[in-house]
Ligand binder design. Structure first.
Ligand code: BTN
Length: 328
């Protein structure tokens, strides 16, 4: 471990309490100046380290993203390599740049904040500082491009299971891959893949997962309030929450990814799909919509619907909404 990693670990172990510079220096056999220099380097990364004379140093937040905090909780054999940044435009965009510059499969980029977080269908994803988990995973799956959508489904199921384990509450999946709690969207997934023209196979895929963990200070912007919610209220004081959630999601995701032939994900997906049996509207790109009934999800994660004229149809992708109940 480097001095940086050791000092970070010691600050995290202290759970928000002060640790004196002298103690750190003695413990790691370095000078107090070296400790100070390392703390300053940490501050230039994502970490808010408070320094008070005669008391020492402490991590101002008890929920700081860190590669060490994630790696220490991971159980999978899949070689994930977390990288944490304070602020990026979009973890998907930056990870694609890192991939072009040679980043390896398993690189996971996490950020405390995104200034240009992106969602499906060209939408933006609201990503304020410290209130969500914004994470992208780089994969080189050598699969047919038609399987890219599966990666999104695996990520949705992995996130659903992880949130349920942490909260003890149910998570619903709204086709295609949005996660809901108590009627509000708490998580979305954006997978972006590129194909090799030579082999006709996927060259790389970036799976981006955004979870709204806490209500941001002042709440969500008015235009999002009726749609978007958070897994916890603003006051969730849990320590190391995001590292724990990231590790749980990555473990579940790796399990699905490494065992794709068994497709364990399907059952988990179907059990949580709350549209089945409900009256929906199929939303078209031109803004119009058609009424339908959601019947089922087939093995390719297509939504099986009955249209108003009684015919059955399969939806591959797109957007649907739950139709408000008509008063009797
Ligand atoms: C959606 O709900 O439409 C998908 C949202 C995906 C958001 C995540 S946050 C991490 C990654 N980086 C992005 O810019 N988007 C994804």
């Amino acid at each position: 471990m480097t001095l940086r990693e050791r000092i970070l670990e010691a600050l995290m172990e202290a759970k928000g309490n002060f640790v004196s510079g002298e103690k750190l220096a003695l413990r790691f056999g370095v000078s107090r100046a070296a400790v100070w220099k390392t703390v300053n380097a940490l501050r230039k990364e994502a970490y808010e380290v408070e320094a008070v004379p005669k008391k020492g140093y402490r991590l101002a937040s008890n929920d700081v993203l860190s590669p060490e905090g994630i790696l220490s909780q991971l159980k999978t054999v899949f070689p994930f390599r977390p990288v944490c940044r304070r602020v990026v435009t979009s973890t998907n965009t930056v990870l694609k740049e890192m991939a072009a510059a040679g980043a390896e499969e398993g690189t996971v980029l996490l950020a405390e904040e995104q200034t240009a977080g992106r969602g499906r269908l060209g939408r933006s994803f609201y990503s304020p500082f410290g209130s969500g988990l914004y994470m992208s995973i780089l994969l080189m799956p050598e699969q047919l491009p038609s399987k890219a959508a599966r990666l999104t489904t695996m990520a949705a199921c992995a996130a659903a299971l992880a949130i349920e384990e942490l909260t003890g509450r149910d998570v619903g999946i709204k086709w295609v891959n949005d996660l809901y709690m108590d009627g509000k969207k708490v998580c979305g997934i954006l997978t972006e893949a590129s194909m090799s023209l030579e082999s006709g196979r996927l060259e790389r895929a970036v799976v981006g997962i955004g979870v709204n963990l806490r209500e941001p200070e002042g709440g969500f912007p008015p235009e999002l309030r009726s749609i978007v919610g958070a897994v916890w209220g603003a006051d969730c004081g849990e320590t190391n929450l995001r590292n724990t959630l990231a590790a749980l999601i990555l473990d579940h995701f790796a399990d699905y990814y490494l065992n794709q032939e068994t497709d364990n994900c399907f059952l988990a997906y179907k059990q949580r799909s709350f549209l089945l049996g409900r009256e929906i509207n199929i939303l078209h790109p031109d803004g119009s919509h058609s009424p339908a009934t959601a019947l089922s999800v087939d093995r390719n994660y297509r939504l099986v619907v009955r249209l108003a004229d009684g015919r059955e149809a399969l939806l591959n992708s797109g957007e649907v909404s739950v139709r408000p109940q008509q008063p009797n």
